[in-house]
Design a protein around this ligand. Structure first.
Ligand code: GUN
Length: 302
């Protein structure tokens, strides 16, 4: 039997409706809405597209949204000054600096300059530390890992005691999702293995996985014989493998492929996330949830 699809596009709608209802309630009771600033430096087309979607989603939810677009040539000092300004602005609850940044800017310095209580990406070392401790310490889980966990939970996949194998050790996906699946809490309590470019036999580890989370950035890396029959396969890869003309808009669009050989894998797996339409839409959704939570933490209602 082919795998059940875990569609991020559907789960996104459920979560956005939940957020929307909460925003309306908070607005009614307290007269305040979540405020998000998106800072975009330069004109990287992928970054423009991500930020446009973030702005659209924030507006749809009734957030106050500020778009701060800075030229590629902006100095690090100026960018840091913008962040300081938003750190101090009461109506801004979340600050997002779209990555990557131009080479002349030190990304770490920029992330570290964001007030940890407004760091809705969850990239600040304080929030990474909170994630490591777990439980009520966590304020802002990084958005992609938070989205992955939400998909697994909402699909009804058992994580308690499951063998989870994470392919990739990036700071924004691989490492944090491994920590989250490990924590003794809902959607966690799994036995976690992280494999990476230094691992001797990737396939043998993957074959043990009840839940296989792939964030390697290598199109089609995971073959069907790497998958345990019935396993849940979460494909985080978004690899541009070409371009085509969209039938709907007549414009050039990217052809995207995941890290998993989807057509073959779906015949073996029990659950699988598609690309596009799987993990991708969840990242922005969880950013919105973190921004709402930033306001709730500030108001002491969480
Ligand atoms: N660039 C790619 N993914 C992300 C993300 O989740 N947050 C930010 N700020 N930049 C990104």
């Amino acid at each position: 039997m082919p795998a059940r699809l875990i569609r991020g596009t559907e789960i996104r709608e459920q979560i956005l409706e939940e957020i929307s209802a909460e925003v309306a309630q908070i607005k009614r009771i307290y007269g305040i809405v979540p405020g998000l600033v998106t800072i975009l430096v330069g004109k990287n087309p992928a970054s423009i597209s991500y930020v446009t979607m973030k702005v659209k989603t924030a507006n749809r939810l009734g957030f106050r949204e500020i778009q701060d677009n800075l030229p590629e040539s902006v100095s690090q000092e100026d960018l840091l000054a913008h962040i300081q300004k938003y750190n101090q602005e009461d109506s801004i609850h979340g600050i997002l600096v779209q990555l990557p940044l131009p080479h002349h800017i030190d990304e770490k310095k920029v992330i570290n300059a964001i007030d940890p209580d407004k760091d809705v990406d969850g990239f600040h070392p304080i929030n990474m530390g909170r994630l490591m401790i777990g439980g009520s310490e966590i304020k802002f889980p990084p958005c992609t890992p938070a989205g992955i966990r939400e998909m697994i939970i909402r699909a009804g996949v058992e994580t308690n005691g499951a063998e989870v194998v994470v392919v990739g050790r990036s700071t924004i996906v691989g490492k944090p999702i491994a920590i989250m699946m490990l924590q003794k809490e809902r959607g966690g309590n799994a036995t976690v293995t992280v494999v990476h470019t230094g691992t001797k036999d990737l396939a043998s580890h993957c074959r043990r996985a009840d839940i296989l989370i792939v964030a390697a950035g290598v199109p089609g890396l995971v073959k069907p014989d790497w998958i345990k029959p019935g396993a849940c396969v979460v494909d985080v890869g978004v690899n541009k493998v070409g371009e085509m003309i969209s039938e709907k808009t007549g414009k050039k669009v990217a052809i995207l492929k995941g890290d998993v050989d989807f057509d073959a894998a779906k015949e073996v797996a029990g659950w699988i996330t598609p690309v596009p339409g799987g993990v991708g839409p969840m990242t922005i959704t969880m950013l919105m949830k973190n921004t709402l939570n930033a306001l709730k933490f500030k108001m002491g209602i969480i």
